[in-house]
Design a binder for this molecule. Sequence first.
Ligand SMILES: Nc1ncnc2c1ncn2[C@@H]1O[C@H](COP(=O)(O)OP(=O)(O)OP(=O)(O)O)[C@@H](O)[C@H]1O
Length: 274
Amino acid sequence: MISARQLAKRYGSNTVLQGIDFEAAAGEFVVILGQSGAGKSTLLRCMNRLLVADGGELHIDGIDAMRCRDPRLLRRKVAMIFQHHHVVPRLTALKNVLTGRLGSTSVLGSCLHLYRRHDIALAHECLARVGLAHKAHERTDALSGGQMQRVGIARALAQQPRVILADEPVASLDPRTARTVLQYLRDASRELGITVVCNLHQVDYAREFGDRIVGLARGRVVFDDDAQALTDADIDRIYEQPAQAPAKAETNSATEATMSIVTSAVIAAKPAAR
Ligand SMILES: Nc1ncnc2c1ncn2[C@@H]1O[C@H](COP(=O)(O)OP(=O)(O)OP(=O)(O)O)[C@@H](O)[C@H]1O
């Protein structure tokens, strides 16, 4: 489903991904571990063309992700979930989930929020899948952080993607809520055959929920095996090296907000940043 060969990405003189080889099969739940600045988010952003890699090869479900002329083709297949769920607070949970259908809705329909019956049924189904059927008509600003993140997952599912990229989806949640959210993501990968690539900082969750773990250190893969094979020595290898200073451009969070709502809606047609 995802195949990367010698993927490289620089920001100016800072080479962040130094030749990443990465594979993920359909329905696999792959956790990426690595200390801050290791390049985890950069790798995910290359996978949905928020960024264009500078070198190597990247194919997702048969699409050449680095060279395809229309990133929307890729983004129809790849949904993204961020640490800050970026739901629209004044909209109901259902309407937030329906934004995941905008890419398959006519321009007039999407402007007027006119959705097909089929899309509304699908949105209800996605909310039920994350245990929020009863919250469909509540405004999302009345929901807890964990519930908002579940709305974000439902919105991603409504896109009917082949791949979900989750960038630290539980970083701001308490342990119990975090487990619930990860469980819903894993269920989606197992039951719907969606490939999930999930950046995490918690080794315990990686072991518990991941089928496979990929460890990054300074933009290189230093571990790639079954989650159960991860030893303490491997953890030391992933975390021991000093990381590059995580001084991200401030535009990242605004980009995330836009992409989570609009990417899943597949109307973000602006060229990817280089
Ligand atoms: N937009 C950007 N412009 C310039 N440098 C960036 C940008 N985004 C990330 N970087 C740099 O790239 C490196 C890797 O960052 P990245 O966000 O991919 O790491 P990460 O492993 O996801 O870290 P964290 O766990 O803190 O999110 C860091 O040195 C960071 O400062």
